[in-house]
Design a protein around this ligand. Structure first.
Ligand code: MD3
Ligand code: FE
Length: 207
């Protein structure tokens, strides 16, 4: 079979980087975090259409959307409280594998129920546009799709499983990507099923 797709430079998949015990610890961290900063449903800029993915954040800055647009901000859009601190285990993961001179200042928490999806997009809201993004998957498997720097570039789909870590550095950082579907019943980590994805980012100073 001939494939048109070439993995972008800087894409690294670390399958089951976290074992089951470590996944449970991270899940506990997320539970603590969303107690302080509840998952909420972001809306699309302009249309106000709700996304199917529910979100929250850890760290000094969080990624938020509103009808006015996307931005990073220091407080939860519903509670107006600061985001909870980044869990220590996530900070050590960054230090161990990011190969970047400073730490992350934002960690987006995405929660997918079995019907949630995330359309093809590029992450472009960060001033530190060349810093890597590190993603951690927990719970049910996801069909993840990675493309190139242009929306019409060929794409490649892969399954991300609980405990997998993906590093998006270099060219990969500027590629289109999305989540086409969740495979219910593929993990027992979350008692009610679903998937959590954590993405650590360096936002850089927002003026
Ligand atoms: C490739 N999240 O939060 S993580 C996002 O599974 C996001 O929740 C997906 O896309 C998720 O923005 C995918 C892997 C990921 C994250 C950022 C990327 C892949 C990326 C940035 C550039 C290229
Ligand atoms: Fe993204």
């Amino acid at each position: 079979m001939v494939r048109d797709f070439q993995f972008p430079d800087g894409f690294r998949l670390l399958p089951e980087y976290f074992d089951r015990a470590a996944q449970k610890i991270l899940l506990q961290c997320v539970r603590e975090g969303v107690k302080a900063a509840p998952l909420y449903r972001p809306v699309m800029p302009r249309t106000g259409q709700p996304l199917s993915v529910r979100m929250s954040n850890f760290g000094p800055l969080g990624w938020i959307t509103s009808k006015e647009g996307y931005r990073y901000g220091p407080t939860h859009p519903v509670t107006d409280q600061p985001w909870p601190p980044l869990p220590e285990r996530l900070g050590t993961l960054w230090a161990d594998i990011a190969d970047w001179p400073c730490g992350p200042d934002a960690c987006l928490i995405n929660f997918y129920d079995m019907n949630a999806r995330l359309g093809l997009h590029v992450d472009a809201g960060e001033n530190a546009a060349n810093a890597p993004i590190i993603s951690i998957s927990l719970g049910d498997q996801a069909l993840y799709r990675l493309g190139g720097p242009n929306r019409r570039d060929p794409t490649r789909s892969m399954r991300l499983s609980s405990g997998d870590v993906v590093v998006l550095g270099g060219d990969a950082r500027h590629c289109y990507h999305g989540v086409d579907r969740i495979f219910p019943g593929t993990s027992q980590l979350l008692p009610k099923g679903g998937r959590i994805n954590l993405t650590m980012r360096v936002v850089g100073r927002t003026l």
